[in-house]
Design a protein around this ligand. Structure first.
Ligand SMILES: [Zn+2]
Length: 106
């Protein structure tokens, strides 16, 4: 029974806590990056929907490429519900020959 350890030393417990905190930090950073990528992807998809609606509206109304479109032109005739940016940005459609933009996303 001589020399037998019972439980953990303070240094061993501190090393385990340090390792767990490093892993938790790495996991939190990965989670945050995944959330940001998901928001960007959702906003890109919203802009694709707006683009499709804009092109259909332009064809149905015989618009020229440099004509301007607004969200009121495509909603609700082409878009039943207006998409909302997950970052709270506003969408601008602009002219028919340029892509729609979001004020909050790249
Ligand atoms: Zn956006």
């Amino acid at each position: 029974m001589v020399g037998r350890h019972r439980g953990f030393t303070l240094v061993e417990v501190m090393v385990v806590v340090l390792i767990l905190s490093v892993l938790a930090t790495i996991g939190a950073m990965g989670w945050r990056n995944a959330q940001e990528r998901a928001k960007t992807t959702a906003c890109v998809e919203n802009r694709w929907q707006i683009e499709r609606a804009k092109q259909v509206w332009a064809m149905e109304n015989s618009k020229r490429p440099d004509d301007e479109a607004t969200l009121d032109d495509v909603h609700p005739s082409q878009l039943k519900t207006l998409p909302t940016c997950p970052r709270g940005g506003n969408y601008t459609i602009g002219s028919l020959n340029e892509p729609s933009r979001c004020t909050a996303c790249p």
